[in-house]
Unconditional design. Sequence first.
Lengths: 440, 285, 323
Amino acid sequence: MPKLTMKAMLATALVPLMAMPAVAADYGDFSGYTLRVKLIGGAQYEPLYAEISKWEEMTGATVEILSRKNHFELDREIKQDIAAGTLDWCVGSNHTSFAPQYGSIYTDLSAIVSEETLAGFVPLVLEHGTVDGRLVQLPRHSDVSNLFYIKSLYEDAENQAGFKAEYGYDLMPPETWAQVKDQAMFFANPPDFFGTQFVGKDEAITGRFYEMLVAEGGALFSDDWEPTFNSEAGVRALSFFVDLYKAGAVPVGVPNYLWDDTGLGFASGTVAMNLDWGGWSAFFNDPANSKVAGDIGLIRAPKGSAGIRTGWSGSHTFSVTESCDNKEAAASFVTFLTDYDRQMVEARKGLLPTRGQVWDDAKAEFSASGNDFLVTVFETYQASMAEDAFTPPLIPEWIEVSNALWPKLQAAMVGDMTPQEALDEAAEEALLVMEDAGYR
Amino acid sequence: MSRDLKKRLRAAGLWVTTFVLMVIMCVPGLWVVLSGFRPNREILAKPPVWVPEELTLSNFGKIFGFGAEQVAIPVLSYFWNSMVIAMTSTLIALIIGMAGGYAFARFRFRFKNAWFLGLMLFRAVPGIALSLPVFMLWSRLGLIDTQMGLIIVYVSLNVPFTIWLIDGFFRQIPMSLSEAAQVDGCTRWQAFWKIEFPLARSGIAAAGVFAFLTSWNEFALASQLTRSTDSKTLPVGLMDFTAQFTIDWAGMCAMAVIIIVPALILTFLVQKHLIAGLTFGGVKG
Amino acid sequence: MNPARPVMRAAPPNDGFVTPVTRFFKRNQTALTPVLLLSPALLTMLFVVAIPLAFSLYTSLTPYRLTRPESIEIFVGARNYMRLLSNDDFWEAFLRTILFLAIALNVEFVLGLGIALLINKITWGQRTLRTIMMFPMMFSPILVGFQFKFIFNDNIGILNNALQSLGITDRAIPWLVDGKLAMFSIIFAEVWMSTSVFAILLLAGLFAMPRDPLEAAKVDGCNAWQTFRHITLPFIMPFAFIAMTIRSLDVARAYDIVAVMTDGGPAGRTELLWTMIARVGYENARMGQANAMAYISTILSIAFTYYFFTKLVAARRYMGGAE
């Protein structure tokens, strides 16, 4: 391969020169090595991949991107690889919600990434990346539930007066989910305008229910893994969604909504409040995509009746396979992709970094350039991530339990069952899943 | 009003009616094509924007990586892969299908219906059930993420279908024609090639279009068996527009235009061949 | 009459005119030739379908989990199948799949036949019309899924926007949520994609149709309906059944559409066997159980196929082809 030799020669010639300005980082020398990787694809993830050539230049290695797909597709592909024994690649994009399923195919990074490097990350995020005591993933960026709202609605004097007259307290961005409910009902004017919305299917609605369950003081499982989400707290959590749906405060199509639908819905300016990922901020504030650009407020997720905020969180990460033939190169690569400079690149695009230093510096950069909105985003995000964030149980059965749960959640929403019936049935199915998996 | 004029008017009326009906049928597809030339903000708007305020090529520009920050989608590789895979698999399926179709139409043999049925049973397996075992077999044989891997799968998808169609068309051709040719001194092969093949051409063309379109548009298996630009096809490339949380629908529509246009052109060209195949049939009397 | 298109006519009957040459062919080649001609097809199917199928039959007898490769070695007999017998959700999806197939295929047939008859009458510019007719066939199923997901979106979808703009309704109709409407929507998408397949096959059948019987019928004083009912329809029935069978096999392609549009939801109202198999097999990683479902769904497909095949054979016998 002439291209490879050229590159290798060029790289060996350049490495000493290149290493000079980039004082801090030494990514090693892997001349002639081809690192095989599988990455998550999609518009907001691509700018990072444009940086890969820099790592290639520094180390002399070549990166071969075997596949670039969205996470659900990638998940399927990785499972096929496990099944067929074709784990002949080194680095894969991962996600905290998916990682536990993959068993031991990914190596413990604490053994091959220096402690110094790990110290730069927010400790809680690293903790979320740990499965069975093994750090199987290095966080790239995080997501946590935050509430977007249309600012002007809350500043409107008529709305303020009308709301106070009807509900007896001031119209303010909501602090609790009870207030969200009131305000959603107040703003709703179907089919033209909606109070709020939520994702209604797949793992998305399971996650939304789960965080509400926690905020209501419930738990998914007891200590010995018996499903307990059909508790009173569970019924309260589910009723929240069911009531909003039945009252027409959310679009009638929500049981079929996924993230793209809620995102486009809020951007279309027809939804007052939207619990969503902070990563959407840049999209929502871009006049080319969004009608509410410049009119967006963002606050931490409201509290449930137990005084806990709904802080469902997950991180996009990178993992290194156990079967990798050059773990050093792989470790160097994932370290590079999550280093300070790379996270700054992603932070500027509105993705939420996992390094403390990047939070502060990105914020400083935004405020220097007068981008107050992104400053708010990062402040809100920082607070949520530090105090509110929690992940679903990091067990391999999460997705399976979710698949037992979400059709029943929908059934309650569309009125086929009462919330209690729906949760009881789902709990029965989930119990089977847990028994089959050997938890009980 | 003369009778001739009346007749013409009626023909014109029928044509216009049919045309309008066809266009109405195509509306959902035309919306996709039009959306490829509009910005996202306008397509999925509320209140809706019925008359496009802005027609733009920027969705295409983004695909090819002009100007925008988005990394280009390797659409040329996808296109090339799609072309090679669809063309090759169609050709092979047609050859195998012609042989098989001829055998079924022209020969008597034991358990013929059972064989026929057997072929169908093979095809009856839902792709979703087949995807994992095929994947595992292919990975053992090193066929994952190769054009050859998909070609083999598509040939098998298309063969039963092709056999059926071609068998049906051969049946339309009286056996006596080739027998007569053989009396006139042709070998059976010559008789097939000179008499029956041209007559069955319309059937073969139709089967070819079908096989091509199936391969060109297939997604479920391709998404499992392809990995990179070495073999990813255009429909799989559509998923490049979906990220974890977003779908770039306008971009997807632009890509859809890239997928649809060649298929449409090919179909239009083969339409002519279909007619020619029928016109060629000089079996008068 | 159709002056623009020369028609194919049946050759004069010459049965019983058997020469020494044809007798020679019949005696020596007929035994081997068909086997030879069919072998490439059989080999391909064996390689791509039969071997993988045997593998998946085996896995359906194990508790095989994708993420635990070693679980493939545990043999549990028919346990996966026994579990399915008592799984109401599965049988609901099973019946729903039959309903989906039955409605979609019949609607496609009727619409396709209508279109084919209409286009068959056109004498000028037919090639363009036929290409337009085949336009939906250019759409990949995955694209059709996204397309109708956006068209049927309750809030920003163009269908509801259109209905509301035209003043037909002031509500947001929940196309993808309401039990009946959601089934309607996925069937609509499937019909939109596949009607052309019927139309083009039936049109091809109409083209191949000999003129003589039609003219004879005219002479005998049959009206248009009688001619259609007794001459045209029987003639194109083999094509219809080919189309039916092909579609019934291929209808699993609708998986792509349904997966994108509703993924079986809400509350399992549009759950078909294929979406269920995909979820259990890949998301839950329970391939053993998924393959057991896949086998039952294969049997369903075979039943449909067998049904249409017997119809096809009957129609062919009616036409007097080789058997």
